[in-house]
Design a binder for this molecule. Structure first.
Ligand SMILES: C[S@@+](CC[C@H](N)C(=O)[O-])C[C@H]1O[C@@H](n2cnc3c(N)ncnc32)[C@H](O)[C@@H]1O
Length: 272
């Protein structure tokens, strides 16, 4: 019943979403810069209802509410842009926003049939390390809650885990010079170990300065008050132990006590 309510809420929200409204809601600086990261605390977030002391997104887990907010903040103006979504799954608010704001949406997803190749303006088979389009095709590439899975061992078993270096190189290849990237992922939740551990240094290191500029990291819901703390729970830990090789038990124990938050990353391909 809860899932059905969630699903209806999600669809309804998607029908009503407006890029214009999103542009107004998210214009200007919606973050506070702390230690070189753009921090969006719940109490400061534009989706926070001060009167009711709750998030105005009516469905989804605490992190999905941040996903919706961040997607609205970043993908609200794709006018005349050719935009690629990686790992679109079954539902894409980003696709709706891109199309409604005048952009052309194209998607690649490894769970699509290999007989359904991706074409410009449509979704089809493809994955982050093998994007079936020529060099310099897109003005923008984005991925919602997929980045953390590209290199993971456990869920990626259906397809071989990819090297992050290859995926980022592939995104760089299909972007036009000056093209932009938006990626988001949960931190201290699941996926590749750098996302479970929240290793921002490693994540930043994927975007080298000979190829990329203007890298920004946003941290959503790390400062969650007055909303509830959302912490890693027992069910996640078996996967953590399969994924994590490069960190000590002590570091893992420390992470278990941290709140789960959402990372949003934007970066630009250098012009030459
Ligand atoms: C948690 S789902 C998110 C789906 C959708 N973007 C959303 O926000 O609901 C993760 C998605 O990433 C896709 N995925 C996993 N590994 C991938 C890869 N290497 N390249 C592209 N997509 C991948 C999965 O097939 C899945 O659709």
């Amino acid at each position: 019943m809860r899932n059905l309510k969630n699903s209806i809420g999600k669809r309804l929200y998607s029908i009503l979403v407006s890029p214009k409204k999103a542009q107004q809601e998210w214009c200007g600086e919606y973050w506070q810069t702390i230690d070189d990261v753009r921090d969006i605390s719940c109490s400061y977030c534009r989706k926070f209802d001060k009167e009711k002391q709750q998030c105005r997104i009516p469905f989804g887990s605490p992190i999905r509410k941040c996903v919706i907010s961040s997607v609205e903040a970043h993908l609200n103006n794709a006018k005349n842009k050719s935009v690629l979504e990686i790992g679109f799954g079954r539902f894409s608010l980003g696709k709706t926003l891109v199309k409604r704001s005048g952009g052309i949406w194209t998607g690649v997803e490894p769970h699509q049939s290999k007989d359904k190749p991706s074409k410009i303006g449509k979704g089809g088979y493809g994955h982050a390390a093998d994007i079936p389009f020529p060099d310099k095709t897109f003005d923008m590439v984005f991925g919602v809650q997929t980045f953390e899975h590209w290199g993971q061992k456990v869920e990626g078993a259906a397809m071989r885990p990819s090297e992050y270096r290859d995926c980022i190189e592939e995104i760089w290849r299909v972007l036009k010079p000056g093209g932009t990237v938006y990626l988001d992922a949960p931190i201290h939740f699941h996926g590749h170990e750098m996302f479970i551990m929240g290793d921002l240094q490693k994540i930043r290191g994927l975007f080298t300065s000979d190829r990329w500029k203007d890298l920004n990291l946003e941290r959503w819901r790390y400062h969650y008050e007055p909303l509830q703390r959302y912490v890693p729970y027992e069910k996640l830990f078996a996967e953590w132990h399969e994924e994590i090789d490069s960190y000590t038990e002590e570091e893992i124990e420390r992470i278990k006590k941290e709140p789960i938050w959402m990372l949003a990353l934007t970066v630009t391909k250098i012009d030459n």
